[in-house]
Design a protein around this ligand. Sequence first.
Ligand SMILES: Cc1ncc(C[n+]2csc(CCOP(=O)(O)OP(=O)(O)O)c2C)c(N)n1
Ligand SMILES: [Mg+2]
Length: 393
Amino acid sequence: MALSRLSSRSNTFLKPAITALPSSIRRHVSTDSSPITIETAVPFTSHLCESPSRSVETSSEEILAFFRDMARMRRMEIAADSLYKAKLIRGFCHLYDGQEALAVGMEAAITKKDAIITSYRDHCTFIGRGGKLVDAFSELMGRKTGCSHGKGGSMHFYKKDASFYGGHGIVGAQIPLGCGLAFAQKYNKDEAVTFALYGDGAANQGQLFEALNISALWDLPAILVCENNHYGMGTATWRSAKSPAYFKRGDYVPGLKVDGMDALAVKQACKFAKEHALKNGPIILEMDTYRYHGHSMSDPGSTYRTRDEISGVRQVRDPIERVRKLLLTHDIATEKELKDMEKEIRKEVDDAVAQAKESPIPDASELFTNMYVKDCGVESFGADRKELKVTLP
Ligand SMILES: Cc1ncc(C[n+]2csc(CCOP(=O)(O)OP(=O)(O)O)c2C)c(N)n1
Ligand SMILES: [Mg+2]
């Protein structure tokens, strides 16, 4: 079973291929962008294409940024958990802790001209695109200053100026939308690609195969990223998928299986996929990852998997701890420096929560705006078709 393989993995991860930091430049690393090459611990597995090199070019500056960005995402999700329990966040709320390497690794390989579209598990993707913590918390609490003006909530974050197209609640619906974005990019000769993210559960949806067909037929620059966190709600992949080799399930579409808990491997795969997609059309990236929280806030996440399984992944594969180890073994930062950074992040998150709480809730007059194209004259009725009748603005 996939998960026993995961937990038994050795933790000799991220072995350095070259240790290129002379001792004289080991401090002041946050501004050091000189190249370091790190070899990924887990090889890529490919389907109908070559594999990218396991030697990933990076820098102390980038590794430190991975640490800071992932620690910020983790802290944000923990704060969201508390706000939900305090009933300040209502409705659905799906957390991303455990999967952070995907959000940071992907961003390290692409630009804001490249589009991203994802499912309801979207908080960290928004932050990765450059979204502000305060905009995220405001949205979560339904406030006016939220990234969707408080109307979307947890599942519908957007960031138009960074080509982030949401935040979608219908499982798999973002896949054909993402392929449509890729169609527009090709049509407009943008030289950009779209990353459409979906889960292992969504991978069983028919619309994935329809979208793949037309994308492959028209060589669209679509990168379909299956975030295989091994569960769709409470259903393990071995119970839902005849073939759990999601990277191969595009049949005639090339694919790559990637250690999705390793930010550097994710970056390497996304860089490879972007070059491939611009030249040849779609590709599937299966990211082997794990979510620590339950499916959503209403799921304790411990009835269909053991606590030992969760703590095993935390101990051996945690994306933040891997980067911490890398920073320490390469003498890029000390334990104290990293702890201090985490303290600063905690304060940054607390301040953003406090600021978001100050934001007002949207006006009642906003109830019917941003729903339809303006001036269509569409009428909306209440349940009895009498009490509430309004012509949409
Ligand atoms: C069309 C549709 N069917 C069912 C649901 C209910 N539902 C919400 S999330 C989910 C599981 C999806 O799992 P996966 O694709 O693995 O994504 P993950 O939550 O693990 O990120 C289901 C069945 C839905 N939102 N939409
Ligand atoms: Mg899943």
